[in-house]
Every structure is written in C-alpha cells, then in structure tokens.
Design a protein around this ligand. Structure first.
Ligand code: HEC
Length: 176
C-alpha cells in the first residue's frame, strides 16, 4: 500500500516536472518566435528606408524628362534581382486605380486590404502567413507623392488628397 502511494506520488512529480518543462519550452519557443518576428520587422524598416531613399535620389538627380528610365522601373528590376537571389519579395503597388502597369494593381486579399488600410490613414499593415511549413511576414508601407517630379509621368497624382498615399510597397520576408 505504502509502495503504491509512493509510486503515485513519484508519477505525479514526474508529470509535474514534465508539464512545467513543456510549458517553459513552449514559452521559450514563443519568445524565440516573437524575437524572430521583431528582427524581421526591423529588416522591413531598413529595406523601406533603403528603397525609398534610392528612388527619391535617383528621381532627383537622374530623371529629367518622361523618356528617362523611371526610378520606379529601376526599383522593380532591383526587386526582381533580390527575389531571384532568394532574399525577399517586394511589390510596387498602385493605390490610385490608375497604374501605369496593370500588374502593379493590388492582386491578392493582403494587397487589397493593405492599400485600403493605408489609404484610410494607417501608416503600416502586416500579416504573418505560413507557406510550405515556413513563416513569412507580409508588410505594407505607404508611398506618398514625395516630389513634384513624380507627376511628370503620373499626372493624376495631382488629384491625390494631401497626405494620401498614391502607392504602397508590399514586402514578403521569411521570418528567420
Ligand atoms: C520618368 C517617368 C516617371 C517618374 C518621374 C515617376 N514614375 Fe512612377 N512609374 C513610372 C513607370 C514607367 C512605372 C511602371 C514601373 C514598372 O512596373 O515597371 C511607374 C510605377 C509607379 C508606381 C506603381 C503603380 C503604377 O503606376 O504602375 C508607383 C506607386 C509610382 N510609380 C510612384 C512614383 C513616385 C512616388 C514618383 C516620384 C518619386 C514616381 N513614380 C516618378 C514612371 C515614372
């Protein structure tokens, strides 16, 4: 009888230790996940500054008339190269309903919701998605009419309400 009690107590202790171990492992995994998500968000911020600064610098110094290669076209080529190398994906999206290139219209549910949210005044929109067992951060940031020169090729940007984005950058980055 005593032995049975001892065994039951022992089993309970083993169970307790195992379950608390499982909880703390799950907690550690969760905090690793949230640290990885934070790192990915920071990467989006860095890329957003990099790409937007490059487009503004190129437009300011190199784009002088409508026939020049648009910084937007150069950016799309750069995004293609980054995707091919397996780093991340970026889409240059239209938020006005009148894109120069139809492929730049928001395509899937995320892009459509992102454009709607940013046009309504949000400064950022994101979603974590799973694909083939891997997690990705999809993030969207607004593109305002930063320079008067932008309207040289997109004359309808003159109709945009002040502060309303005319485009959106849509990022997809692996969460690692
Ligand atoms: C020299 C002409 C030219 C100028 C100046 C220009 N763009 Fe564009 N823009 C284009 C072209 C061409 C595309 C299509 C790029 C592609 O998808 O290959 C484009 C695409 C875009 C898009 C995606 C939607 C669409 O219309 O296809 C946005 C947003 C955009 N440009 C914003 C801007 C902003 C902001 C500026 C000012 C910093 C700017 N553009 C200046 C020619 C121009």
């Amino acid at each position: 009888m005593k032995r049975i009690k001892f065994c039951t107590a022992l089993m309970m202790i083993v169970c307790l230790v195992a379950s608390s171990l499982a909880t703390s492992m799950a907690r550690a995994e969760k905090s690793a996940d949230s640290a990885a998500l934070e790192r990915t968000r920071k990467q989006v911020k860095m890329l957003d500054d990099l790409y937007k600064t490059a487009v503004v610098l190129i437009t300011t110094h190199y784009v002088n008339d409508e026939d020049d290669l648009a910084a937007g076209s150069a950016a799309v080529a750069l995004f293609g190269a980054m995707k091919e190398k397996g780093w991340h994906e970026v889409r240059l999206l239209d938020a006005t309903g009148q894109p120069i290139e139809a492929k730049n219209s928001p395509q899937d549910a995320f892009e459509k919701e992102a454009v709607a949210k940013l046009k309504a005044g949000d400064s950022y929109f994101e979603q974590v998605v799973e694909k083939d067992g891997k997690s990705y951060l999809r993030a969207a940031t607004p593109i305002p009419v930063v320079l008067k020169k932008c309207t040289m090729c997109h004359d309808h940007y003159n109709d945009a309400k002040p502060g309303e984005p005319i485009g959106v950058l849509g990022y997809t980055l692996p969460i690692e």
